[in-house]
Design a protein around this ligand. Structure first.
Ligand code: SF4
Length: 68
């Protein structure tokens, strides 16, 4: 399963990290001016699908999506 993040939409709220820390991590930009999501694993296995779906649903900015 592939997971996509849209960094134009992400505002670093961190709900995704709270929901599925195995997959998402919120990091600071290099100049420290904003936070954004980063994938811990690019192709998570099916066992994590439920948690990822939840993270996609809860992201207030709709910055996450699942491919496949
Ligand atoms: S992907 Fe969504 S929930 Fe995760 S940090 Fe970005 S805006 Fe927040």
């Amino acid at each position: 399963m592939g997971v996509k993040t849209d960094l134009d939409l992400c505002q670093g709220h961190g709900m995704c990290e709270d929901t599925a820390p195995e997959v998402f991590r919120v990091v600071e930009s290099q100049d420290g001016s904003y936070d954004h999501v980063e994938l811990v694993i690019a192709e998570p296995d099916e066992g994590l699908r439920e948690k990822i779906e939840e993270a996609v649903r809860f992201c207030p900015n709709r910055a996450l999506s699942i491919e496949g």
